[in-house]
Design a protein around this ligand. Structure first.
Ligand code: ZN
Length: 185
């Protein structure tokens, strides 16, 4: 299925609010080094829900990621961080076809959970025992559906315990040090 919906009116989350829950030291580091690339904040509870979803399947599975884009300016300029807030699992995921196929329910569910400052910021899927990397199909999916500066792609191999993140339309790898977990609470 193709996502042809017009993008809703979405906007960046200001720094003052976006770095809530991040320790002062980490916040300083984020501000200093986000000049090169944005940080990704992945709360532990979202990671857990992603893991519990993909561990239920022996085959590739995935879904959408909702989140906030933390910026000093706009969604295109001055992106400091991308804070994942929720994972929406797809019950009907097929990554083997030429383009990404997720059941329509995942898109409508994402829409229901979206707001002006919390929206689809990417997608995740699993590569059980294949290693965590972006295949040619994954790159195409990223370029076609997740091509904004703030769009991330997460791939996890739950068996080999590997994970990789990619950013934007060219699927630029995001180094591990730019992924920050946020403890529960
Ligand atoms: Zn893949």
């Amino acid at each position: 299925m193709k996502w042809v919906d017009k993008e809703p009116d979405i906007k960046a989350t200001p720094l003052s609010r976006g770095l809530d829950g991040v320790s002062a030291l980490a916040a300083i580091e984020v501000l200093c080094s986000s000049i090169h690339r944005p940080y990704v904040f992945m709360p532990d509870k979202v990671k857990q829900s992603v893991m519990s979803h993909i561990l239920k399947n022996n085959t590739e599975s995935g879904g959408l990621l909702l989140g906030e884009v933390i910026s000093t300016d706009s969604l295109k300029n001055g992106i400091v961080g991308i804070k994942v807030t929720e994972a929406i699992p797809s019950n009907d995921f097929d990554a083997t076809s030429v383009s990404l196929s997720m059941g329509p329910e995942v898109w409508s569910s994402a829409r229901l959970h979206s707001s002006e400052s919390n929206f689809v910021i990417g997608w995740y899927h699993s590569h059980p025992n294949l290693g965590a990397f972006f295949s040619g199909t994954d790159r195409k999916t990223q370029a076609e559906f997740f091509n904004q500066e703030y769009h991330v792609g997460l791939v996890i191999d739950p068996i080999r315990n590997e994970e990789c993140w990619f950013l934007g339309k060219d699927s630029k790898p995001i180094p591990e040090i730019y992924i920050l977990g946020l403890p529960v609470g």
